[in-house]
Design a protein around this ligand. Structure first.
Ligand code: NAD
Length: 276
């Protein structure tokens, strides 16, 4: 039951999904999963070429309408125009995945981090999610779907749960995304649910699709994963499908770590040098 049953059910037929960072990684994974379950899509990304390629591929594979919209989520004028276009292209936006994100340069701690990286991370990873919700949730609220008129799903990170001083701005932004999930859930209840997913370590574009680069950061931080394997894109997509489905209609304001147990029962990144 649950996720597996939903794997074959077209429970998103007649519904629209808007995914930021939809050209790559988790975003592309959410897009394929939703289209396979009947959704029409708006994919939003700043990488225009990849966005076009991904959108065409998903339409070819699933036969569903996929509208690519090039947009930098950190720019309010672009976000407003994007949301307007999205509602004119689709009948509704039932699912919003606020997912676009970028990483820190790995290494410099909070006191060494350059201001330009702080600004870039905050503008894209935190302000970007806020701007997109502001522009999309107004229209979502007016939709007639019952019992829930729309669902917002944030991509946070375990770095926002157990802060990591080698990616400090990223950690603070993701802690902010988890806080924003609760605040938005309050503001949008009872019509819209808002939840977050916190992935652990999964090879995607954020690691330049390079497993070695990701393993280096895990080794450097002495990260131990109780479930003893790396995360996949599918691990995260499965939880997003659950959050997009009627099975999660009574859940709002929560953060779901998908990390093989690192944040709660494993050993998260740890850099102190100490003898005891
Ligand atoms: P990814 O690089 O494959 O995908 C991110 C996408 O966001 C890219 O297509 C990129 O072009 C797009 N993007 C970047 N800046 C943008 C902007 N200003 N406007 C619009 N789009 C923009 O990486 P991913 O891992 O799939 O990242 C998705 C989310 O997952 C991010 O929020 C990231 O922080 C989060 N995350 C990833 C991991 C992991 O292990 N991969 C772990 C925790 C959280």
């Amino acid at each position: 039951m649950g996720v597996n049953r939903r794997m074959v059910e077209k429970f998103l037929e007649g519904k629209g999904a808007l995914i930021t960072g939809g050209a790559s990684g988790f975003g592309r994974g959410f897009a394929i999963a939703y289209a396979s379950r009947g959704a029409e899509l708006v994919l939003v990304d700043v990488n225009e070429q990849l966005l076009e390629e991904t959108s065409k591929k998903i339409t070819q594979e699933t036969g569903k309408k996929v509208i690519p919209i090039a947009c930098d989520v950190s720019k309010s004028d672009q976000v407003e125009a994007m949301a307007k276009q999205a509602f004119s292209e689709l009948d509704n936006i039932y699912i919003l995945n606020n997912n676009a994100g970028v990483g820190d340069p790995y290494g410099p701690d909070l006191l060494r981090l350059k201001e330009k990286y702080w600004d870039r991370l905050f503008n894209i990873n935190l302000k970007g999610q806020w701007l997109v919700s502001k522009s999309v949730c107004k229209g979502m609220k007016k939709q007639e779907f019952k019992p829930i008129s729309g669902k917002v799903i944030h991509t946070a990170s375990i770095a926002g749960m157990i802060v990591d001083n080698k990616i400090p701005a990223y950690s603070i932004c993701k802690a902010g995304v988890i806080a924003m999930t609760k605040l938005l859930a309050q503001s949008l209840a009872p019509k819209i649910t808002v939840n977050a997913i916190s992935p652990g370590y999964h090879v995607t574009g954020i690691y330049n699709n390079n497993e070695e680069a990701m393993l280096m950061t895990m080794e450097d931080g002495h990260v131990k994963t109780p479930l003893n394997r790396l995360g996949t894109v599918e691990d995260v997509v499965n939880v997003s499908v659950f959050l997009a489905s009627p099975d999660s209609d009574f859940i709002t304001g929560h953060n779901f770590p998908v990390d093989g147990g690192i944040a709660e029962v494993g050993v998260p990144a740890y850099y102190f040098k100490s003898d005891i």
